[in-house]
Design a protein around this ligand. Structure first.
Ligand SMILES: Cc1cc2nc3c(=O)[nH]c(=O)nc-3n(C[C@H](O)[C@H](O)[C@H](O)COP(=O)(O)OP(=O)(O)OC[C@H]3O[C@@H](n4cnc5c(N)ncnc54)[C@H](O)[C@@H]3O)c2cc1C
Length: 448
C-alpha cells in the first residue's frame, strides 16, 4: 500500500491503543457523518502486535487500589465483553489472594467494586480463605493468606489474536494499517507548537492530528516531540521535587510451564479464574528446599492453550539504566538483555508448587527453550498518562497497565470527536506538578 500524500489522523503504533483508537474513531466518524476510517492511517515500524500487546500475558482485571483505575477498568471490561469472540477474550474471572498486610487495601477495593456494580466476592480470615480456595481447588495449599477477592468478571485474552481481531475491525471500517513504516521525527508548524507532519522512513506524511500508542518506545517519541526528559513532581510529602526522570523501565518476567492446560481446572471441571497470589509466607525452592525469599512475593497464572501450558509471571525488576540508554530493540523474546533467566524459572515454578500441590516437581517441564519477558516503560507514579501535547498530539502512555485497557482507545476517540472524558481526566500530565498522584497500595507489584 502506497504512503498517502496526507491524512487527517495519523496513529503511530499497531498495538492495543493505536488499533482501539483507530477502530473506535472510524466508527464514530462514520456514525456522525463527519468522516470515515479512510481519514485514519495507522503506521507501525514492524507489524501489528509487534510490541508489548503481542507478548502480554493478556490478563484483564478490575483489581486496582486506585479508584480512577478501577472505574476505567470497568469500562474496559465492557469493551472486551462487547465482542469476546473477535477479541479472543476468555471471561473466566480473576482472583486476588492476599496476605494480612494487604487485607485492608483489598477490602476497600471490594467495597468500591460494590459501589460501581462490579460483580465480586470478598472472603476474609485465614480459615475462610483456605475453605474458599479448597472449594475451587482441592490441592490448594498456599500459606499466609487472609483474604480472597474473587472478581466474577474479567479473565484474559489471547495477545496476538486479539490484536488481529481489532485490526480487522478497524480495516472493515476503512482504516489503513501500514507495517514497516517507522516514525523518525515530526515537522512542527512555523507559527504554532503543533505537529504538521510525521516524518517516516518511507517519506513525510502531513497530518492534522497525531495519536501515539507506542508502548515501551514512548521515551523515543517523547524525545522526538521535544517534551521534557525531567519534570517537577509534587510528592506525597507536599513538596515539589524537580528533575524527576519522566520515564523509567521495568522488565516484566513471565513464562510457561509446558504441561497440559487441562491439568489446571477447578474441582467441578471448569477452567479457573486467573489466579494472582501475594503472600509473605517464606518461599522455598521446589528443587532443593533452599529458602528463595522470606519477603513479600507474588505470582499470577492461568491455563492457556495459546501459550501451550500454564502461563504467568512474577514481580518485575527495575532497569537502572538511563532511559535513553535502554535497548528497547530488539523487543521481547528477541532481546538479548530483557528476557527471564533461571532465577525467575525456579522462583515462579516453586511459587506455583507453594500454591497448588499439582505443580510440585513440575519445574523440569518449564518451557526454557521459549524466551519470554519484556520491557515496560513507566511514568513517575507508575500510572498512565493520557493527554494532548503540542496542541494536536494525543499520547496514550499506559505505564504498562495497558493490554487490558482496550476501552481507552474508545475514550480517546470520543475526545478526538470533541467530547471530554471524565474517566481519562485523572490521568493528565499536569497531575505530577499538581501533586494529584494516584494512591499506592501494599502490593509487591508497581502496577496494583
Ligand atoms: C511481558 C509482558 C506482559 C504483560 N502482561 C499484561 C497483562 O497481562 N495485562 C495487561 O493489561 N497488560 C500487560 N502488559 C502491559 C501491556 O502489554 C502494555 O501496557 C500494552 O500492550 C501497551 O500497548 P501499546 O498499544 O501502548 O503498545 P505496544 O503494544 O507495545 O505497541 C506499540 C507499537 O508501536 C510500534 N512502534 C514503536 N515505535 C514506533 C515508531 N517510531 N514508528 C512506528 N511504529 C512504532 C511498535 O512496533 C509496536 O508494534 C504486559 C507487558 C509485558 C511486556
Amino acid at each position: 500500500m502506497a504512503i498517502p500524500q496526507g491524512v487527517k489522523f495519523a496513529v503511530i503504533g499497531a498495538g492495543i491503543h493505536g488499533l482501539s483508537t483507530a477502530f473506535h474513531l472510524a466508527q464514530m466518524l462514520r456514525a456522525s457523518g463527519r468522516g470515515s476510517g479512510a481519514d485514519i492511517l495507522v503506521v507501525d515500524k514492524t507489524a501489528i502486535a509487534a510490541g508489548a500487546s503481542g507478548i502480554a500475558c493478556g490478563v484483564v482485571r478490575n483489581n486496582y487500589f486506585q479508584p480512577a483505575m478501577r472505574e476505567l477498568m470497568a469500562q474496559c471490561v465492557e469493551v472486551w465483553e462487547s465482542d469476546a469472540e473477535a477479541f479472543s477474550y476468555h471471561p473466566v474471572g480473576y482472583m486476588q489472594i492476599s496476605p494480612e498486610c494487604m487485607r485492608e487495601d483489598v477490602a476497600s477495593i471490594y467495597e468500591q467494586q460494590r459501589r460501581i456494580g462490579y460483580d465480586s466476592v470478598f472472603i476474609e480470615g485465614a480459615d475462610a480463605s483456605m475453605r474458599y480456595m479448597k472449594g475451587l481447588f482441592d490441592d490448594w495449599q498456599a500459606q499466609g493468606i487472609t483474604s480472597v477477592l474473587h472478581e466474577k468478571k474479567g479473565g484474559y485474552a489471547n495477545n496476538k489474536a486479539s490484536m488481529h481481531g481489532l485490526a480487522a475491525k478497524a480495516e472493515n471500517e476503512g482504516v489503513r494499517i501500514l507495517a514497516g513504516v517507522e516514525v523518525l521525527g515530526f515537522e512542527f508548524g512555523s507559527n504554532s507548537n503543533a505537529v504538521t507532519a510525521i516524518v517516516t522512513n518511507q517519506g513525510t506524511i502531513p497530518c492534522e492530528h497525531v495519536v501515539v500508542g507506542v508502548g515501551p518506545w514512548v521515551n523515543q517519541i517523547w524525545n522526538m516531540l521535544e517534551l521534557p526528559k525531567r519534570i517537577t513532581v509534587k510528592g506525597r510529602d507536599g513538596r515539589l521535587h524537580d528533575d524527576v526522570p519522566m520515564w523509567k523501565f521495568w522488565c516484566l518476567e513471565e513464562g510457561t510451564l509446558g504441561i497440559d492446560p487441562n491439568l489446571h481446572k477447578t474441582n467441578d471441571g471448569r477452567f479457573p479464574p486467573v489466579i494472582h497470589v501475594d503472600t509473605d509466607a517464606p518461599l522455598y525452592s521446589d528443587l532443593d528446599g533452599a529458602l528463595i525469599t522470606d519477603e513479600l512475593w507474588g505470582i499470577y497464572y492461568k491455563p492457556d492453550f495459546n501459550f501451550g501450558g500454564i502461563q504467568g509471571g512474577a514481580s518485575p525488576y527495575k532497569v537502572e539504566q538511563d532511559p535513553d540508554d535502554v535497548a528497547v530493540d530488539p523487543y521481547g523474546p528477541e532481546s538479548p538483555d530483557f528476557i527471564v533467566g533461571e532465577n525467575f524459572v525456579i522462583m515462579w515454578c516453586s511459587a506455583l508448587a507453594h500454591c497448588q500441590k499439582r505443580f510440585e516437581g513440575q519445574v523440569r517441564n518449564y518451557k526454557a527453550e521459549e524466551k519470554s519477558g519484556g520491557l515496560g516503560c513507566f511514568t513517575p507514579d507508575n500510572f498512565p498518562v493520557f493527554d494532548t501535547f503540542r496542541e494536536n498530539v494525543t499520547i496514550i502512555a499506559d505505564s504498562n497497565h495497558g493490554y487490558k485497557m482496550i476501552g481507552v482507545g474508545k475514550l480517546v476517540a470520543q475526545e478526538l470527536m470533541g467530547e471530554k472524558s471524565a474517566l481519562l481526566e485523572p490521568f493528565r500530565f499536569s497531575r505530577f506538578e499538581r501533586g494529584e498522584l494516584h494512591p499506592t497500595s501494599h502490593s509487591p507489584f508497581p502496577w496494583s
